[in-house]
Design a protein around this ligand. Structure first.
Ligand SMILES: [Zn+2]
Length: 644
């Protein structure tokens, strides 16, 4: 809580005191408006002052009772928007009208061994897996032994048998990893089933331990490391790294007992699992009714989470609850909330995993009839077309929990100037979605299982993006955290790397891509970044002009003089299409470019067929429709660059 005492609040508070003491006498002065602050329960509240004039600073303070922590403020009336509803104390400027605010408190849970996991970007706490067969058998015995059930079914002992196996899979390479992830009926987690990612709210309730800043020691790690010595990188800004190594993750899978195990992939059977429901449908083979299965599940979760069983079991009331939400992100350029569609949403409590996909508008709903309130959400950035992972890990991020409707999961315009990792991911996802799903002129290529995109946390690397491809013709994209303040430039970077991907696929992979002149590679990628980012924003109703290249990819300041030239990142292909003449805007040291509206198929032909400057020029001579005089004038600055 201490972190909420920010310096600006303290300064404002002093100013307010000075003002109120500045009166001519000591009589209390009647102020114009009132501040009413109430508690929802489990804590007390204060406001200072309780009456205020317009513009005066008001400070709200919440004091939780033992065993509770402050959760948030809710403005119940008045024209006030708190900068951060979770701040305590919270300060606001008094509007011209009365204000009423209520404080909410939540119960403290103590996760003794919770640790912050850098790779996951979340707090992780160990817990028992409630869904082990053994735990369910114990729950069944408990319910049968005492007369706590409402069902005669429990008066007869039935045998519970496994519905699934919890297995650990050790993929040797990405192909094996993808094969498992894409196997039907098999749910995969990257966190051991005995660990659970805590939500942000839960993390606030953690009692700090000495281990808080350590990496959690997961029980084991995959011995397999993928190293490719024949790797080739198209690095945007710095020289290529020599070798890339990647530790393969362990996949924790819930495997149906009646499905043949993956014999050609290394795995280890951990324990038997009993899963009574599948997305609300009964899936166990017992003859127990749905009500009894829910009763059983309640008891099993209680046992595993260490809750004390009540002397009388409560009625089963958690029937069908549908959690709904919408993923969106804030785009500063358009000042719009942009949906983040087609994300896989995963619920995970022990080995019980329920998944759903956000639709094309970013909406999702999930049947949470059996999901306890203490469990957490995870989001997996995955679709058949692509998969966004975090740096050096494929562990999904911890997410959000609760009954939320049209909740803004992702962003807050007030904090937009400091984008979070989540926001970065959302923009990356939207740019990828645009390439794969929205109408445009470029070829759409797939990689079986989807192209891997690494959202890299490093912002000091000096580069923005990487396209990596190997002699085995596999490839992936890395996006660094530079330029993430400007979502448009970030989208431009993602689409630039996809430009390399398009050329790589057009040319049939590694050997033909490797031979392509760098200027042609980067100019084509810059064209794709420029063109697709423009289309992406046009879709949102934002039209950028040629002189205002929102993508950062047009490279229009590329000079014909050596001074200030930015090397390979030339506007060669953009210049053939756009109607921007650098010389008329920027002066005579820039390219004088009167060429415009070249058909994109000519650019694609060059990208696909020409590997060097001479063959590029031949295609332009044959296909551009320009006279040789026009073409020579257009190419002059590029010729100059080549000669110098
Ligand atoms: Zn590039």
């Amino acid at each position: 809580m201490k972190r909420y005492f920010t310096i600006p609040v303290a300064i404002l508070a002093c100013a307010a005191v000075m003002t109120s003491c500045g009166g001519d006498d000591d009589r209390p002065v009647k102020k114009d408006f009132t501040v009413t602050v109430t508690s929802e329960g489990n804590g007390s509240v204060e406001t200072s002052p309780a009456e205020a004039n317009e513009g005066e600073v008001v400070i709200l303070t919440a004091n939780p009772n033992e065993g509770y922590v402050f959760s948030s403020w809710v403005v119940t009336s008045g024209n006030v928007e708190l900068e951060k509803v979770t701040d305590n104390p919270a300060a606001f400027s008094m509007p011209a009208g009365n204000v009423a605010v209520q404080a909410k408190f939540i119960k403290v849970r103590i996760f003794k061994d919770a640790v912050y996991h850098e790779g996951v970007g979340a707090w992780i706490a160990p817990q028992e897996d409630p869904y082990t067969l053994e735990n369910f058998q114990q729950a069944y015995a408990n319910l049968s032994a005492n007369d706590l059930t409402r069902s005669s079914e429990f008066s007869v002992i039935k045998n519970l048998t496994a519905t699934h196996y919890a297995i650990k899979i050790f993929p040797k390479n990405e192909d094996e990893q993808w094969e498992i992830e894409l196997t039907e009926d098999v749910e995969v987690s990257y966190i051991p089933f005995t660990y659970i990612g805590l939500t942000e709210k839960e993390a606030e309730k953690i009692e700090p331990t000495s281990r808080a800043s350590e990496m959690p020691v997961f029980p084991e790690s995959n011995p397999y490391v993928v190293t490719d010595n024949e790797i080739e990188q198209t690095v945007d800004s710095i020289p290529a790294e020599e070798n890339i190594s990647q530790v393969m993750p362990i996949l924790y899978a819930v495997w149906p007992v009646n499905k043949p195990l993956p014999e050609h992939i290394e795995y280890e059977k951990d324990y038997d699992v009993f899963l009574p429901f599948d997305d609300g449908q009964t899936r166990s083979t017992t003859a127990l009714s749905e009500n009894s299965l829910r009763l059983l599940e309640n008891e099993a979760i209680r046992l595993a989470l260490g809750y004390v069983s009540p002397s009388v079991m409560p009625a089963v009331t958690r029937a069908e609850t549908v959690l709904r939400g919408e993923f969106n992100t804030w785009d500063a350029l358009t000042a719009l909330r942009i949906p983040v569609p087609r994300i896989k949403v995963k619920f995970h409590l022990g080995s019980n995993i329920v998944e759903t996909d956000a639709d094309e508008n970013g909406n999702f709903s999930i049947n949470a009839g059996t999901i306890p309130a203490d469990a957490s959400w995870e989001v997996i950035f995955q679709s058949p077309k692509w998969k966004v992972t975090r740096e050096n890990t494929t562990i999904p991020k911890n997410f959000f929990q609760g009954n939320v409707y049209q909740q803004d999961f992702w962003s807050n315009p007030a904090t937009e100037v400091q984008p979070s990792v989540q926001l970065t991911d959302a923009t990356i996802i939207n740019a990828l979605n645009y390439y794969y799903y929205q109408p445009h002129h470029l070829s759409r290529w797939d990689v079986p299982g989807g192209i891997r995109v690494i959202a890299h946390n490093d912002s000091n690397s000096g580069y923005n993006g990487l396209f990596t491809y190997t002699s085995g013709n596999s490839c992936y994209i890395t996006i660094f955290r530079n330029n993430t303040v400007n979502r448009n430039v970030l989208a431009g970077t993602v689409l630039h790397e996809l430009g390399h991907f398009i050329q790589f696929k057009e040319r049939g992979g590694y050997s033909n891509m490797k031979s392509v002149d760098k200027l042609l590679q980067e100019s084509f990628a810059s064209y794709v970044g420029w063109y697709l980012t423009g289309e992406y924003y046009k879709d949102m109703g934002y039209y950028n002009t040629d002189e205002d290249d929102i993508s950062g990819q047009g490279r229009q300041t590329w000079r014909k003089t050596r001074t200030g030239a930015i090397g390979y990142y030339s506007p060669l292909f953009v210049d053939l299409v756009d109607s921007y003449n650098q010389a008329s805007y920027l002066g005579s040291t820039f390219n004088n470019d009167d060429v415009k509206n070249l058909h994109y198929s000519v650019i694609m032909k060059i990208a696909k067929e020409s590997a060097d400057w001479e063959s590029c020029k031949s295609i332009l001579r044959a296909e551009s429709g320009l006279t040789s005089q026009e073409l020579d004038a257009f190419l002059e600055p590029y010729e100059y660059w080549y000669k110098n």
